[in-house]
Ligand binder design. Structure first.
Ligand code: PHE
Length: 394
């Protein structure tokens, strides 16, 4: 575990105020800043940081600045648990943001739940993540919704009757999504011709694909992450498959098309947002993000931004309605355990009460299971770019 970006506001101020503690609200973030899924963590971090910077630029929340403390878990579930433990017990953060990968969130969420500290995952879509307990939230849709949408899209929009599945054996996200696709597609009268599994890190998928192609599917559903998806697409074309590959949000990375190239032309996947969405909210976000980071925000950045903004929205509500709790959430107070626990419970309630929040990834309402009810977009890869095909309301 490596600390990557600790804003040293506390340290700098403590020099002038001779050790006096500063009023601030500490927010924790953990993610894969390095390793094979580094774009997951670094893009999310940029989105979160942008939201935090925007608030601090106007004086924080009624004069109280936010401090973001970020931890790198290298994309490993065990490290994710260690990182969240440290953020909570050592840094005493009021809320934890992360992770992207469901397997990492599933490893870390029980720690936040046990400590009674709210955790908001920006991007983990596996249904079980928020079932960990009443302190665990998300701002993305869940896989039962995403899997149903993609199965309906295959059956109704593409009029397919025979599909195969190629899933990632040890990835909770991939397994969950594969199961929902399978049951929905079957319930719509479709047939699952073959269901094969690979393991993250595999680079040669030809044996699985040969088995799949022998069953003559019209499409292959690949609920994995983009690195493997890109390679699978290329090898499927090499073996002569001409139908579409279908997938979910795990495809969403600027690296996808770089890896898969022309092999991905005509393929479809479900995603959290579309950069060609004309809504001013989305376009303003893209412009400001480009100004700051010189690149177009991907879905991790957009979801990280929304997770942080939703938290800030809840904190502002507490500041307006409950001065005592707002004080207890500030680092300077160092409240006793009971006061702190009550403040955390109040913050949890404020997050749970969020409805119709205008996110850049769509309007977000938190439901009774602490999941975000929001639309999904289906994108098609066309001329090496992403094109919005359908937007489906929850
Ligand atoms: N939804 C994926 C998961 O839960 C993570 C992910 C989100 C991957 C967005 C890519 C883009 O594991």
């Amino acid at each position: 575990m490596k600390r990557v970006a600790v804003l040293s506001a506390c340290f700098a101020l403590s020099l002038v105020s001779c050790g006096e503690q500063v009023s601030e609200i500490r927010i924790g973030e953990y993610g894969s800043m390095t390793g094979s899924r580094a774009t997951f963590g670094t893009s999310t971090h940029r989105g979160i940081l942008m939201a935090v910077d925007e608030v601090n630029a106007v004086g924080g929340i009624e004069g109280v600045p936010l401090r973001l403390i970020s931890e790198d878990d290298q994309g490993r579930p065990e490290e994710a648990a260690t990182a969240v433990n440290k953020l909570i017990s050592q840094d005493r953060v009021v809320c934890v943001l992360g992770e992207v990968a469901s397997s990492a969130s599933l490893a870390a969420a029980p720690i936040a739940q046990k400590a009674g500290v709210p955790l908001i995952t920006p991007a983990s879509t596996n249904e079980r993540v928020t079932q960990t307990g009443d302190y665990i939230f998300r701002v993305c849709y869940i896989d039962p919704f995403q899997g149903q949408v993609m199965a309906r899209f295959a059956a109704n929009s593409l009029r397919l009757t025979r599909a195969a599945i190629l899933r990632d054996l040890r990835n909770d996200y991939s397994i969950g999504l594969a199961e929902v696709f399978k049951s929905t597609f079957s319930s719509l009268g479709g047939e699952i011709a073959s269901d094969q599994s690979y393991q993250e890190g595999d680079t040669d998928f030809r044996a699985f694909l040969t088995t799949i192609l022998a069953t003559e599917p019209q499409a292959i559903f690949v609920p994995g992450y983009y690195t493997e998806v890109g390679l699978i697409a290329r090898q499927a074309r090499d073996l002569g498959f001409t139908g579409p590959l279908l997938g979910g949000d795990g495809w969403a990375s600027p690296s996808l098309i770089g890896i898969g190239g022309p092999a991905l032309e005509g393929c479809y996947f479900g995603n959290h947002y579309a950069t060609d969405d004309p809504s001013p909210l989305v376009q303003d976000f893209i412009t400001r993000y480009r100004d700051q980071y010189r690149e177009t925000p991907d879905s991790f950045a957009a979801l990280g931004y929304d997770a942080a903004r939703l938290l800030i929205h809840a904190l502002k509500k507490i500041q307006r309605e409950d001065a005592k709790t707002f004080e207890a959430l500030q680092g300077s107070e160092d409240p006793d355990d009971e006061t702190r626990a009550q403040a955390m419970a109040r913050l949890r309630d404020a997050i749970a009460e969020v409805r119709d929040f205008p996110g850049v990834t769509g309007s977000i309402s938190i439901d009774e299971n602490r999941n975000a009810v929001k639309p999904i977009v289906v994108l098609q890869i066309k001329d090496a770019d992403l094109r919005l095909v359908e937007r489906i309301a929850p």
